[in-house]
Design a protein around this ligand. Structure first.
Ligand code: ADP
Ligand code: ADP
Length: 233
């Protein structure tokens, strides 16, 4: 599970002005559960995503994964623990000159996993995203939904316990969106992943989230189980 506590982040402009962007965000996602983070443009969703994927360091607060505070780490320890969180972005950013298979293998190669284990693991991952038959396809030969599913397979290569999906279905047609969301629900159930789903699409929330946190101007203004929130007038 991931536990975000009292996370704050400001940006300082060249002229020295400090703009608070996240003001004490707290959020928990249990293993086997999907929490959607929603909110208007400028609310701080991408900044939160960057903090969760450990690309930005918060000014204060903690990000614990299975009890381990990742926001305190740096250097080798950060690189080691970062693998606890897999990330998939809006455009999955696959390398165009590499096949689906090779793209999924990348994080394993960086880590120095032996070739035989890479082959076994990539095979498993392709199967779990339903794209074994596309192993040799290049990204340009895949549909948008298939590219995102390969991106998800790559994000899962190092067996994270948390998956951050940052606008992962934005720009996809409804059918592709459905295939990606169905996969996320399946991964939640099969691997007991804690999934943080950052989205501005309400349909995504309704079909896929177990819980919702609404962020406005850097603060959580509303959160709870999807059923409870939808039941409100
Ligand atoms: P959202 O993803 O919800 O649209 P963002 O996290 O992108 O929100 O942005 C929240 C606020 O932080 C915005 O006002 C934005 O202008 C500001 N902001 C984001 N990134 C930076 C940055 N690198 N430097 C300064 N301000 C930033
Ligand atoms: P490289 O390090 O250049 O990717 P590999 O030996 O890992 O070399 O793989 C060579 C080629 O064979 C790659 O293009 C890869 O896509 C393909 N390949 C290797 N193993 C498998 C597999 N189990 N299923 C499908 N394709 C595979």
């Amino acid at each position: 599970m991931i536990e975000i506590e009292n996370l704050s982040k400001s940006y300082r402009s060249a002229s020295g002005n400090v703009t608070p962007v996240l003001k004490g965000i707290s959020l928990q996602v249990q293993a086997g559960s999907i929490t959607a983070v929603v909110g208007p443009s400028g609310a701080g969703k991408s900044t939160l995503a960057k903090c969760i994927s450990l690309l930005e360091r918060p000014d204060s607060g903690s990000i614990r994964v299975n009890g381990n505070d990742l926001s305190l780490l740096s250097g080798v320890a950060l690189r080691r623990e970062r693998r606890a969180i897999g990330t998939v972005f809006q455009s999955s950013a696959l390398l165009g000159r590499k096949t689906a298979w090779q793209n999924i293998a990348l994080p394993l190669e960086y880590l120095g996993v032996v070739e035989r284990d890479i082959h076994a693991r990539v095979g498993e991952l392709l199967e779990s995203v339903g794209l074994s038959h596309k192993a040799q396809a290049y990204p340009a030969q895949l549909s948008g939904g298939q590219r995102q599913r390969i991106g998800i397979a790559r994000a899962l290569a190092l067996r994270p316990s948390v998956l951050l999906a940052d606008e992962a279905t934005s720009g996809l047609d409804p059918q592709a969106t459905d295939s990606v969301l169905k996969l996320l629900r399946q991964l939640r159930d099969d691997y007991r992943l804690a999934i943080v789903l950052i989205t501005h699409e309400m349909d995504v929330v309704r079909t896929t989230a177990d819980a919702v946190a609404e962020i406005r101007e850097g603060e959580i203004v509303q959160s709870g189980a999807l059923k409870t929130l939808l039941a409100q007038p």
